[in-house]
Design a protein around this ligand. Sequence first.
Ligand code: ATR
Length: 279
Amino acid sequence: MSRAEQGRLTVVPRPPPDQCGIILHPAGHTRSPAMHNAAFAALGLQAEYRAFDVPPEGLADAIQSMREREIRQLAVSIPHKQTVMAHLDEVEPTAEQIGAVNTITLRENRLVGSNTDWLGAIQALERETTLPGQQAVVLGAGGAARAVVYALCERGAEVLVLNRTVERARDLCQELGAKGFGSPDDLEEIPHSVLVNTTSVGLSSDESPVRATSLRAHSVVMDAVYEPAVTRLLRDATERGATPIGGKWMLVYQAAHQLKLWTGLDAPLDVMASAFDED
Ligand code: ATR
């Protein structure tokens, strides 16, 4: 007979859920809470993931309040991935080299910054191809490009960086050890087997960062843009006989790595991917 049936109900006090979340600005719509909360529920974890709108001038306070409120886990998004590094106690070497942090973990009262974006990029690409020895082209030279270029170099691909502002491509190329740089218009002349768009071109619009004629059959084309799910670039790629990979996968895999970092548990990928689709 249970205690309730005996009329002596014992309420076991439960600790409040672990607080975690993402800091970004403007908050807009982010699918991270949906993905992480679905994963927490599937794993039976008492944790709550929220989006915090933190403008640049509020970053220092937000990090301080993370310490005070013992928020154990924070994801970092635009525009804080680079500036947040100065506020942490430690930045892991990979994140240091990429020059961006997308994950903060409170470990023994120390805030440690890591980067899982590059791991997300590798895993997303490896859904369709192997990377060593590939001729890869990365479009863009911002924070997302840095993670993708690092990932491709790390996996032994030969990487060219093409960006509207060519000097930024040159700097990134030299810093991360890519093979060369240029402008997106150069793609027509560049044989490649892997192409990754990290620019914002195509975000909520029907534009592509490159001409359809410069896309190659049998190549793999990944777009970091995930809204719309099928961008103009991915549509053009499919029409040219290339294999498309949607930006959703980079996001799902980087989130899965964050979860692993924070909890030590393997992420339920299917659950997170479904939550992404449904949000
Ligand atoms: P993120 O951290 O998301 O990479 P970012 O640092 O602002 O964001 O970088 C945005 C990238 O998209 C840059 O490579 C940018 O090119 P520039 O360096 O020339 O600014 C690229 N980008 C944005 N809008 C673009 C456009 N209309 N045409 C071509 N490239 C564009």
